[in-house]
Design a protein around this ligand. Structure first.
Ligand code: ZN
Length: 142
């Protein structure tokens, strides 16, 4: 996937400010010939109330509103991101289980490790299927 450094920085700042809770959001952009081009990272509120340090939840109403405004700009939701406070920058077993339940086709999942509320490590993944799980997607930072 292609993403601008400024958008990586936006997500990193969001991940630091939300620490020690997980933060989440969506990536708007276009998908051309199988390559995701992110145009903008949009932070969303983590609606998880019970275990926000290890879980995140996006309100479907937030997504519908975002989808609507994206369409007006000729963009789509091409991916999602969330942070892993003091956990590795790769999908967890919970992430795999949720992805296997659906709505993951053709989108990228960015996972940002955030250690100690400071050091942020970005990563990007595509969900193949319940058996193969996530495959790392090369990050082309432009
Ligand atoms: Zn996760």
């Amino acid at each position: 996937m292609k993403i601008r450094r400024a958008d990586i920085e936006t997500i990193a700042a969001h991940a630091r400010s939300g620490y020690p809770h997980e933060v989440c959001g969506a990536l708007l952009g276009v998908s051309r010939e199988g390559v995701v081009h992110a145009a903008r990272a949009v932070p969303l509120t983590n609606r998880e109330t019970e275990r926000p340090a290890v879980r995140y939840q996006i309100d479907p109403a937030d997504l519908i509103a975002l989808q609507r405004s994206a369409r007006e700009e000729g963009l789509d939701i091409v991916g999602y991101f969330h942070s892993h406070p003091d956990h590795p920058a790769r999908p967890s077993e919970t992430d795999r289980r949720i992805a296997a339940e659906g709505l993951s086709d053709g989108v990228v999942h960015m996972v940002f490790g955030v250690a100690g509320g400071r050091d942020v490590v970005p990563s990007s993944w595509v969900f193949r299927d319940a058996r193969q799980g996530f495959e790392e997607e090369p990050l082309d930072v432009i």
